[in-house]
Design a protein around this ligand. Structure first.
Ligand code: IDP
Ligand code: MG
Length: 149
């Protein structure tokens, strides 16, 4: 089973879109294994976005993610990485398809509402950056046989 880290970013929380966004991942069939409402520290933000360090938007990106609380969610499922990113939509909201989260609710790249891990390896790393093992719940969901073949 792949794991992906989802962050419902400050703009989404402020706009009252937390439930709508979570609903879409649940409806997709992904299984929640961790979830919490937190303020991201500067250090954690810099670690999470380390790959973007040195890019012109890095400082603004860190400032954005620490500016207001977020909801972080660890999801598990077959093809969780690709499935979550399809549900999220393209990084630039103007290129995101209608029906995706960004395509339905966002207009600008710097306010694109949600994060999803981009590879199996990064999914593992990012979940571990935001959750301790004790905060993750391994549970048999009764609907699993109707979602996972
Ligand atoms: P992703 O979130 O779709 O994986 P990444 O390329 O990993 O996109 O970029 C991480 C985040 O950095 C984006 O979601 C967006 O919030 C921000 N970002 C990326 N490129 C730009 C940019 O050119 N200007 C402003 N913000 C950007
Ligand atoms: Mg990314």
């Amino acid at each position: 089973m792949e794991r992906t880290l989802i962050i419902i970013k400050p703009d989404a929380v402020q706009r009252g879109l937390t439930g709508e966004i979570l609903r879409r991942f649940e409806a997709r069939g992904l299984r929640i294994i961790g979830m919490k409402f937190i303020s991201v520290s500067q250090a954690l933000a810099e670690k999470h976005y380390e790959v973007h360090k040195g890019k012109p938007f890095f400082e603004g990106l860190v400032k954005y993610i620490i500016s207001s609380p977020v909801v972080v969610i660890a999801l598990e499922g077959t093809n969780a990485i690709a499935a979550a990113r399809k549900t999220i939509g393209a990084t630039k909201p103007q290129e995101a398809e209608a029906g995706t989260i960004r395509g339905d609710f966002a207009l600008e790249i710097g306010r694109n509402l949600v994060h999803g891990s981009d590879s199996v390896e990064n999914g593992k790393i990012e979940v571990a950056n935001f959750f301790t093992e004790a905060e993750l719940v391994s549970w048999p969901r009764n609907t699993d046989p109707w979602i996972f073949e």
